[in-house]
Design a protein around this ligand. Sequence first.
Ligand SMILES: C[S@@+](CC[C@H](N)C(=O)[O-])C[C@H]1O[C@@H](n2cnc3c(N)ncnc32)[C@H](O)[C@@H]1O
Length: 469
Amino acid sequence: MQINKNDIPDELTLEIEKLSNLGLGIAKLDGYVVFVPNTCPGDVVKVKICKKNKSYANADVIEFVEPSSNRVEPFCKMQKVCGACQLQYIDYEAQLRYKKEIVQDAMRSICSSNIEVRNVVASPIIKEYRHKIQYPIGQTKESRRILAGYYKTGSHELVNIKHCPIQPSECDKIIEYIRENAQKLGISGYNEKSHNGELRHVVIRASRAFNKYLVLLVVNAGKISKKVKQLAENLYSDFDSVCGVGVNINNKKTNLILGEITEFVSGFDFVEENLCDKTFKIGAKTFFQVNPATADNIFRYIKDYIKNNFDKPSILDAYAGITAFGICLSDIASKVVSIEEVEDSVELAKIVAKENDINNIEFHSGDAGQFFSKETLLGRQFQVTILDPPRKGCSVNSLDYALKLTRDKIIYVSCNPATLARDLKYLIEHGAKVEYIQPFDMFPHTYHVESVAIIDLKNVQIPEQKLPY
Ligand SMILES: C[S@@+](CC[C@H](N)C(=O)[O-])C[C@H]1O[C@@H](n2cnc3c(N)ncnc32)[C@H](O)[C@@H]1O
């Protein structure tokens, strides 16, 4: 029988057994779960309970009685204050083992314990790996110093970060330049509470392959001021590595970082990056994988899988972004059809296909669900479908259509084990068989993990559509 929450003392000593999907340490007391942040499996900790619920409690560490052998000194001085690298105090090999368990636990609790989850493929680099950097900007009250960094865990308190070891070091220089020069030019930093201040975010898209950086200054204004234009022009002329600077207008009270309109003040409106021996163009609003080195591993892995199992199949690349899968797979496919809702991404993909003399891709922009519905009516089928949806996963309708549109295999690429497990459960209920899941570490030192699920459709009963689009 599970222990009653009232029997749990306010302070107690526990051993951490595993990590939750959000990277919190989990200890158990006769089935009652205690979540303890900043701990590692194997840690024996004295904790203070801060919140008790019926089946679980949250606690904070008072003392490490016996630290786990998998603990290491974080390489970033800011690790404890900045919320970005939750697991940096854990040895990298151990992080990979815990991430495998996170995927296994998601499958066990939502879907099925019989799914084979393979060992997580390590990231080829574990520092300076990030392609996209987004810093909120603020300003100190008294000295009016411009601040740029990340928010403290679980808060909106801005931590001014001068050096972040998981992003290319050039980004530190670009951001420091923006801090200093925005202040010199009299540009104010944004205040979230009052919705005042001009400069609200800096977004950088970094290219590892070419050591180039596309910079966006996001402003809380109706139009670009002379001062911001000056900052953009100066940044472009003072940094050889900066290939373009744009200003994005976002004067809404919103958590969204980018507004609708971006105007490029200097240089190009895209940066180039290599993936699977192809050079892609990435714009201000286009999705690109966070860690191009791991992305390259994933793309090659999927390409090898398809090459070994099919002879020139037809491929549907759904939730395609800049059609990275479609373009990488085009030479082993008879035909690729791609669907992506962000039009800029589709336009950039078309240019890349043209530059590479790729003629077997049909590009579509729009909502994937609606597109699937249209294709189903046309009676089209593909041997392989790549499904790479955002974190929220696929709708039931989209899964139904994907089953109708695909003859042999769905390859589901997911950055969220929970929604992957939910969607796999649905596919399994309709006769699909998950061959296995291969996780990859796209996000070293965080609790996030990317998974590739290989799904066989031999025994699928095509579901009736529940809601027509
Ligand atoms: C995880 S990203 C994958 C992108 C691409 N496969 C890649 O590897 O670069 C998901 C993509 O789905 C797109 N997307 C989100 N919802 C969509 C929808 N309802 N219909 C079509 N595309 C959508 C996003 O714009 C984004 O480009």
